[in-house]
Design a protein around this ligand. Structure first.
Ligand code: SF4
Length: 573
């Protein structure tokens, strides 16, 4: 099949922007230097995504500013991907400093093991990104039509093979990082920056992406069973580590996961990836490269709503994908090996790793690190970082692990966790501990409803029912997003709320607790009171009639509330 058969029309405008950008340079520097506006030029707004920053505006202030005939309050989100989630204490301190100097004095830990700064003014954008690089971090490829931050299980109790999986993660992260010099020219070197009119340096190539990069974003993640804490089935390309004893032998390959869809467009749908086979650990980079180039060559470049890997695969079939992969490799991938997941959440509290060190997994509600009332999370974590006694591991569920703590230092860290109120918030319902929300309002331009600012309050009301039903300790995955793009992976939650309009949400039920089955629409566009009226009898029914060990997502299917979703293609059935 020819590499352009998946096009449904002329290339989208984004393809023009990439093509004429001189490898992601565009006129970003001119835009940054334009003191007349807090915004950047339209094409540059697309290109800066590849550099890890989005232009946004404060939507709470939009109307007020409109009335005063002011331009929107433009600011920038800066995302710093941390492959495998492993950051040092010094890097935490730098991010904390930047959040004070340039952002809104909070840090967002994302669902892809990244830091986000919100509210950065254009005049501070260069300094923020420059200082991130000085701390040996980068924002390159945190957004845009490229492979995003490579995720990996950070759970400590799998640590015998964790190191091997971490090395594989870093190999992949290096492989998929864009090679253009544009990022360094603009944000790091402070030398002459080429423009779209200059000839690019002859040595500059993008061997993996070529001139047009990918048709859309491409997400890669590595999971270590029994922990599916990176939601391997949500990734465009997921890898499930297969170990024999303490030795990593290879990975099952999961292809075509993806969360985004649009309301009212049934041709768009979320998908849980399919396990297509197995390769050895040595073969992983070669296989990754070929799968990315298959999507590069066959993905739809005309319709961006049909451009993710899941559609490329569904249009042609899994057998086509495996055939194309084997043909590009020149050898055949093997059959998938057995594996079993237990959950897609995090395991909280102190755990002793197999390496003898201690690991403290902390619940960070919706990934927002800030001081609020008695919970002085931000100050407390800063104090801990300043001691330099642990590393900081970002989980795929917006939580944080204080890692590699020597036994002799454990008490010292625990004392600080107590002192700053961080211990107290760990004692909450198992449902809240398994909840996540995307950033949404006020900054996200796509948000249709509140998410991160609202879910904690909704959870409090849901917890009342949970307590009355006597299932406080029963984990239920609950996720909310402000729009159907699915940044908090809502379609893999047992209960999901997806924003439809201000104060109104679609409710989805019935995903698998291990993150292997999508949920199904249950109620459409309902407000808080209706949500609670709908959930109360379900929760009571679940508490009364659940089978031993049965999870909520399985129960609502067994009890007939929703049909199971067996593939993205029947998500809307
Ligand atoms: Fe914004 Fe939608 Fe993503 Fe939430 S899910 S952060 S509202 S794009």
């Amino acid at each position: 099949m020819a590499a352009n058969d998946n096009q449904h029309g002329p290339p989208s405008d984004m393809e023009r922007i990439k093509e004429t950008s001189n490898y992601l340079r565009g006129t970003i520097v001119e835009s940054l230097n334009d003191a007349v506006t807090g915004a950047i030029a339209a094409d540059d707004q697309q290109l800066t995504k590849f550099h890890g920053t989005y232009q946004q505006d404060d939507r709470d202030a939009r109307l007020r500013r409109q009335h005063k005939k002011l331009e929107p309050a433009f600011t920038f989100m800066v995302r710093v991907g941390i492959p495998g989630g492993l950051a040092t204490a010094d890097q935490w301190i730098v991010m904390d400093d930047l959040s004070v100097k340039y952002a809104n004095n909070t840090l967002k830990l994302t669902t892809r093991q990244a830091f986000q700064l919100h509210g950065v003014l254009k005049s501070n954008l260069w300094a923020a990104i420059h200082e991130i690089n000085a701390a040996l971090m980068t924002s390159i490829a945190a957004c845009g039509d490229v492979c995003r931050n490579t995720m990996a299980t950070p759970n400590p109790d799998a640590s015998t093979i964790h190191q091997q999986v971490y090395e594989a993660t870093m190999d992949i992260a290096r492989l998929v990082r864009p090679q253009t010099n544009a990022y360094h020219e603009i944000w790091v070197d402070d030398k002459k920056v080429l423009t779209s009119k200059d000839e690019r340096p002859p040595e500059e190539v993008e061997p993996l992406y070529l001139k047009h990069y990918l048709p859309r974003k491409f997400k890669i993640g590595l999971a270590i069973p029994p922990h599916n804490d990176i939601d391997v089935f949500s990734q465009d390309l997921g890898m499930i580590a297969i170990a024999e004893g303490d030795r990593l032998v290879g990975f099952n390959l999961v292809c075509g996961g993806g969360m985004g869809m649009s309301h009212g467009k049934p041709e768009t749908y979320p998908n849980a990836g399919t396990v297509i086979g197995f390769c050895t650990a040595d073969q992983l980079c070669q296989v990754t490269e070929q799968l990315v180039t298959i999507q590069r060559d066959f993905g739809d470049r005309s319709n961006r709503q049909h451009a993710r890997f899941k559609y490329t695969i569904d249009d042609r079939g899994i057998d086509w994908l495996i055939g194309e992969l084997n043909s590009r490799l020149g050898w055949q991938i093997e059959s998938a090996r057995p594996y079993a997941f237990e959950s897609n959440g995090d395991s909280y509290g102190w755990l002793k790793g197999i390496d003898g060190a201690w690991y403290m997994t902390l619940f960070i509600e919706n990934g927002r690190v800030r001081d609020a009332g008695d919970l002085r999370m931000k100050t407390g974590l800063r104090k801990i970082a300043e001691l330099g006694l642990c590393d900081f591991r970002l989980t795929g569920n917006q939580n944080l692990i204080l890692g590699k703590v020597a036994s002799s230092n454990k008490k010292k860290l625990q004392k600080l966790l107590d002192e700053y109120g961080i211990t107290a918030v760990q004692s909450t319902s198992a449902a809240r501990l398994n909840s996540m929300a995307c950033a949404s309002l006020p900054y996200c331009g796509l948000a249709m409803a509140e998410s991160e600012r609202y879910l904690p309050d909704l959870m409090t009301r849901i917890e009342t029912m949970i307590k009355e039903a006597g299932i406080w300790e029963v984990p239920i995955t609950i996720r909310m997003t402000g729009c159907p793009n699915g940044c908090a992976r809502p379609y893999l939650a047992e209960i999901a709320f997806v924003g439809k309009s201000p104060g109104h949400y679609n409710v989805y039920l019935g995903a698998g607790f291990t993150g292997d089955r999508l949920n199904k629409l249950y109620r459409e566009g309902i407000d808080e009171e209706t949500i609670l009226q709908e959930l109360e009898p379900l929760i009571k029914h679940f508490a009364a009639e659940r089978l031993n060990g049965e999870h909520f997502g399985d129960f609502v299917i067994r009890a007939g509330y929703v049909k199971p979703t067996t593939a993205g293609l029947n998500f809307h059935d």
